[in-house]
Design a protein around this ligand. Structure first.
Ligand code: SAM
Length: 257
């Protein structure tokens, strides 16, 4: 499938907003409603993690599947399948240990939990509300015997996790919602928890133009910015060309120690 990414738009610019509003007038009212809610939440929570946690609480109350970015259950299933298939095609074995950063309500997580050996899946998230929804997914799928870890976190220092432990670290659609300081915090610490030969895959919203953000919810980065940041922390970063062929809206980078 061909990629439908718009790599040059600056969604923050007034010109883009006017053009977009003219082409999609049905989206104006929902956008204004979301913008008003986000302003209020940002006013109450100047710190990004607290702000985004409040966004997730509000979105999850309405619909946990939409809160992780899937407007229908079919899309929720398909997006989880895509993440799962990709890693299995890249050699994920049942004996691997996996850290899923920003695991959400286990859109992909339940498939990894089902596939991996008991206790080998470790999901972390900043949102208590989405982790409660994750436990519901786990129960609905009957995966209790796989005893996954589902843990709340406030930062990405990963200091509560052991050295050289995880074969795969994964963050799907998390850095697309993260300011650069949070991405850097993760890259500064992920090398310590990666097992020898392990890798860290993350997706991001890519631009080839000016880096920008929308409503402090969606962040657009140049590939070079993220690969340079990985290098600064002694990691090798590779743009995953084969992921582009799947037609997902975000791009993927693989980091190794
Ligand atoms: C779009 S959802 C994707 C969830 C899951 N990875 C998936 O693909 O279904 C983003 C998730 O990342 C979480 N998140 C956002 N920023 C985070 C951070 N700095 N650390 C950990 N989780 C974060 C959100 O709470 C949310 O559950």
């Amino acid at each position: 499938m061909a990629s439908k990414k718009n790599l040059v738009a600056n969604r923050e610019s007034l010109a883009h907003k006017v053009r977009y509003a003219a082409s999609r007038p049905d989206r104006i009212a929902p956008y204004l409603k979301r913008a008003a809610r986000d302003r209020w939440l940002a006013f109450k929570h100047p710190d990004h993690v607290n702000y985004y946690r409040a966004v997730m609480a509000s979105d999850t109350r309405r619909n946990p599947e939409a809160a992780v970015g899937s407007q229908t259950h079919e899309r929720w299933l398909a997006l989880g399948q895509m993440q799962f298939d990709y890693l299995v095609e890249h050699g994920l074995a049942p004996g691997a240990r996996m850290l899923d950063i920003g695991c959400g309500n286990l859109r992909a997580g339940w498939r990894f939990i089902d596939y991996l050996e008991a206790g080998h899946y470790y999901g972390i998230d900043i949102s208590p509300d989405i982790l409660i929804a994750a436990k519901r997914t786990l129960t609905e799928r009957g995966l209790q015997a796989k005893v996954p870890h589902l843990t709340i976190t406030k930062d990405l220092k990963l200091d509560f996790l052991p050295d050289a432990y995880f074969d795969v670290v994964h963050a799907h659609s998390v850095f697309s919602h993260s300011p650069i300081e949070i991405i850097e915090e993760c890259l500064a610490h992920v090398g310590r928890v990666l097992a020898p030969g392990g890798h860290f895959d993350f997706t991001f919203d890519r631009t080839t133009g000016a880096e920008h953000q929308v409503l402090r919810e969606d962040f657009y980065y140049r590939t070079e910015t993220l690969t340079a940041l990985a290098a600064k922390h002694g990691l090798r970063a590779r743009f995953m060309e084969d992921w582009e062929k799947l037609g997902h809206g975000q791009s993927k980078i693989r980091v190794t120690a």
